[in-house]
Design a protein. Structure first.
Length: 90
């Protein structure tokens, strides 16, 4: 729903819980897959350890992918906590 701020329309969207975020990732052939919910991404990480920390992922709003290890401090917190995109993508 657009909101007006000083005469310009601003598109707003409710903040999604971490487990509701949809993610895209690059597979082993560098082909983009997704979107998948964070819960499915977490399952995939558990199945594909240890290379999962280097998996390249992005949110729909992002125009590039980032390695999982740059978005979360530990693999355990990946897709459970919000990603640290403010430091990487501002």
């Amino acid at each position: 729903m657009p909101k007006s701020r000083g005469g310009s329309a601003v598109q707003t969207r409710p903040a999604a819980a971490c487990h509701e975020l949809s993610w895209y990732y690059l597979d082993e052939r560098s082909e983009e897959r997704g979107p998948l919910l964070a819960s499915a991404m977490l399952e995939m990480m558990v199945e594909e350890r240890p290379q999962s920390a280097s998996m390249l992922v992005r949110l729909p709003e992002w125009d590039r992918h980032f390695p999982v290890y740059t978005l979360w401090r530990t693999a355990i917190s990946a897709f459970l906590l919000p990603p640290a995109w403010t430091d990487l993508y501002g």
